[in-house]
Design a protein around this ligand. Structure first.
Ligand code: PLP
Length: 451
């Protein structure tokens, strides 16, 4: 039996957590998560919690999958580790690269492996700059990204990201530009959604012209912005972004770390949203978070230049193509295929969640409720008929999150937006349970605000 107080004291004394205000930990202590199964996790007090965030958007096949454990154990006994530097390789990495290319489609030929989304986005930046230099255009270095984007926590990742708080701590690398995000409900709720999508994509063209097309290497974006608050773009947005990138010959990078591996009902989000990125970042769902693995899916346009003309790409990680991580990823993809999870998101659970969110939208606090596949978000509004937000000092998202915490539900607050991304194995009955919990937490938040 775990001594909660003792572990919390040691945690507070020695463990520096990511994205945590440590002063707040010294009062309450961290919640200690001790076990998990399916879509549920348990804490050290024995409380069962519905994990509507799949950990950090990653546990796609749900918790407690023995097959993944067995795949890791088998591989560890055979060959736990070897690198892929200097003309060596290993079977799981080769098979996984082949599998991912099959899932990505004919426009792609290679996969570069890392251990995380952040490392993969660093890889992207180095790769596109190397690509342009190889083609004799070394001045093409600028990467255009978006406000409120999240692309990781390394210096490159946080610079690509559009989170002001991250830029303020630790600085930014040069050569990164940002444009506004395509947030229809937050920016132009009265404008026609599709027209807004075209206008928002047009901000990319404006930025390209401002920087100079001959200086721009690539545009990067998450198909649906995740950590920024599940910002689902109008359907016109990505095809227009593609058109603009094509017009100026600029490389398109989709950061599929959240959207990849089934979350939107396709293997990659870009396959649903109508663009064909030159590079796709992946991580998280590729192993359902059971073991760290990430990478970049490289399109033929880039791979051809790098392989035929680029010489040695001086880039790589000790764990690139880690055999155990790759074996787990293969087993994870096998589960997803066998259980038809991606189609289920597209045709069954995704539409069902959309239906439930349409009902949730009637709640007096809920504005702009939207879903796509198994991501969803809404804004907690003070007066939704007149589109009035709560003042920031109210901290309405934190109030709601507190009620989720107290009611056995993991839901994430991003400012006044409440977001979810449940495991892809969630059933319709469990969606009912999750939405009923959300409703309960909304009612409790409303009652609090009236006090
Ligand atoms: N890109 C996106 C879209 C993400 O959501 C994340 C993490 O949440 C990352 C990159 C960074 O991935 P990692 O935390 O594995 O470095």
């Amino acid at each position: 039996m775990i001594n909660t107080k003792e572990i919390q004291a040691i945690d507070s004394a020695h463990y520096m957590h990511p994205f945590t205000d440590h002063k707040s930990l010294s009062d309450k202590g961290s919640r200690i998560i001790t076990k998990a199964d399916g879509i549920y996790i348990w804490d050290s007090t024995g409380e069962k919690i519905l994990d509507a965030m799949s950990g950090l958007w990653c546990v796609n096949v749900g918790y407690g999958r023995k097959e993944l454990v067995d795949a890791a154990a088998k591989q560890m006994l055979e060959l736990p580790y070897y690198n892929s530097f200097f003309q060596t390789t290993n079977v799981p990495a080769v098979k996984l690269a082949e599998k991912i290319i099959k899932l990505a489609g004919d426009d792609y030929s290679h996969v570069f492996f890392s251990s995380s989304g952040s490392e993969s986005n660093d890889t992207n930046v180095r790769m596109v700059r190397h690509y342009w230099a190889t083609l004799g255009q070394p001045e093409r270095t600028v990467i255009i990204s978006r406000n409120n984007a999240y692309h990781g926590s390394t210096l490159v990742g946080s610079s690509l990201g559009g989170m002001g708080g991250m830029h303020a701590q630790g600085g930014m690398i040069s050569g990164i530009e940002h444009i506004e995000q395509p947030y229809h409900y937050g920016m132009a709720p009265n404008q026609d959604r599709d027209a807004f999508g075209i206008e928002a994509a047009g901000w990319l063209e404006k930025k390209i012209l401002e920087v100079g097309a001959d200086k721009v290497a690539a545009f990067i974006g998450e198909p649906v912005q995740g950590a920024g608050g599940v910002i689902i773009p109008p359907k016109t947005y990505w095809p227009e972004i593609q058109r603009i990138c094509d017009k100026y010959g600029i490389l398109l990078i989709c950061d599929e770390v959240i959207c990849g591996f089934g979350r939107l009902g396709k293997w990659f989000g870009s396959q649903l949203l109508g663009c064909k990125p030159d590079l796709m970042t992946f991580a998280k769902g590729v192993t359902s978070g059971y073991i760290p693995l990430g990478g970049v899916v490289v399109g033929k346009r880039v791979a051809k230049v790098l392989i035929e003309q680029g010489g040695e790409f001086n880039h790589g990680y000790t764990y690139s193509g880690h055999p155990t991580a790759c074996a787990v990823a293969l087993a994870n993809i096998e589960i997803m295929e066998r259980e038809g999870l991606v189609d289920k998101v597209l045709n069954e659970t995704g539409p069902y969640l959309a239906q439930k969110y349409a009902e949730l939208a009637k709640h007096p606090l809920v504005g702009g409720a939207e879903t796509l596949g198994l991501v969803a978000g809404f804004v907690l509004m003070k007066d939704k008929s007149n589109h009035v937000h709560f003042d920031e000092e109210v901290g309405v998202g934190m109030i709601c999150r507190g009620h989720c915490f107290a009611n056995g539900l993991i839901m994430r607050a991003v400012g006044d937006r409440m977001i979810i991304a449940p495991p892809l194995v969630i059933t319709k009955v469990q969606i009912d349970e999750m939405v009923a919990l959300i409703q309960k937490c909304l009612d409790a938040t409303l009652a609090d605000l009236k006090k």
